[in-house]
Design a protein around this ligand. Structure first.
Ligand SMILES: CC(C)(COP(=O)(O)OP(=O)(O)OC[C@H]1O[C@@H](n2cnc3c(N)ncnc32)[C@H](O)[C@@H]1OP(=O)(O)O)[C@@H](O)C(=O)NCCC(=O)NCCS
Length: 184
């Protein structure tokens, strides 16, 4: 997939992106928000296999580029009528500049509209979560995207340090997206 708006491009990752992805995933500062403060410790070969495994699938692993530079990654899985995305602006210089909102909106519009996805299974809702500690993400989802918080999953999983973490769940339906953003 490839979508583009202004200076932002979201495109499927290729094997050539594996080195960059592997660097981000193994960097504890980048992965802390996901509960991996020491990084994933993933061998490059596994990252290459991960990228390869998405080829030709509806579910994708993507690179986010701004001004032609890779600054982060996102992914989505599709199960039935639901898309489960995740996103990460990995380059700190590009965080807190309003890009998150734009990237998420681009992705949601794509997921609800893309012919090759929706002709196979119409996406009726998008579901994602964040960690309770990620107050910035919650602010973006609740006050900027105006997504619906559907609940908390207390102590849903143990992070890399052995600490129990609570997840906050969000959802946006096709109807909510179109009534809020009035795009047809
Ligand atoms: C979460 C993320 C997508 C948000 O994108 P972004 O481009 O950085 O966010 P924006 O610039 O659009 O908005 C940031 C908002 O959060 C606010 N904010 C920043 N730090 C905050 C904090 N600690 N607590 C609450 N709000 C905070 C900012 O003031 C801004 O709000 P405003 O525009 O109303 O002033 C991005 O920061 C990111 O990828 N972070 C690292 C990985 C991550 O957390 N991914 C999400 C996992 S669910």
């Amino acid at each position: 997939m490839r979508i583009e708006r202004d200076n932002i491009v979201i495109r499927s990752a290729t094997v050539d992106d594996a080195i960059q992805l592997n660097k981000w995933w193994n960097d504890g500062r980048v992965m802390e928000h996901a509960g991996f403060p020491y990084g994933l410790g993933e061998p490059l070969e596994d990252t290459i296999e991960n990228v390869k495994s998405k080829k030709g699938k509806l579910s994708q692993l993507c690179i986010i580029e701004i001004d032609g530079k890779p600054v982060g990654e996102l992914n989505y899985n599709i199960e039935g009528d639901t898309a489960y995305p995740g996103w990460k602006i990995c380059e700190f210089d590009y965080q807190n500049k309003g890009y998150g909102l734009k990237i998420i909106m681009m992705l949601f519009e794509f997921l609800f509209k893309d012919e090759s996805i929706n002709s196979k299974c119409q996406i009726n809702k998008i579901v994602w979560d964040t960690m309770l500690e990620n107050k910035r993400a919650q602010h973006v989802y609740e006050n900027k995207i105006r997504a619906r918080r559907t609940g908390f999953r207390e102590n849903a999983w143990k992070d890399q340090t052995g600490k129990w973490r609570t997840a906050v769940d969000y959802e946006m339906t096709r109807e909510e997206f179109y009534s809020r953003y009035k795009r047809s």
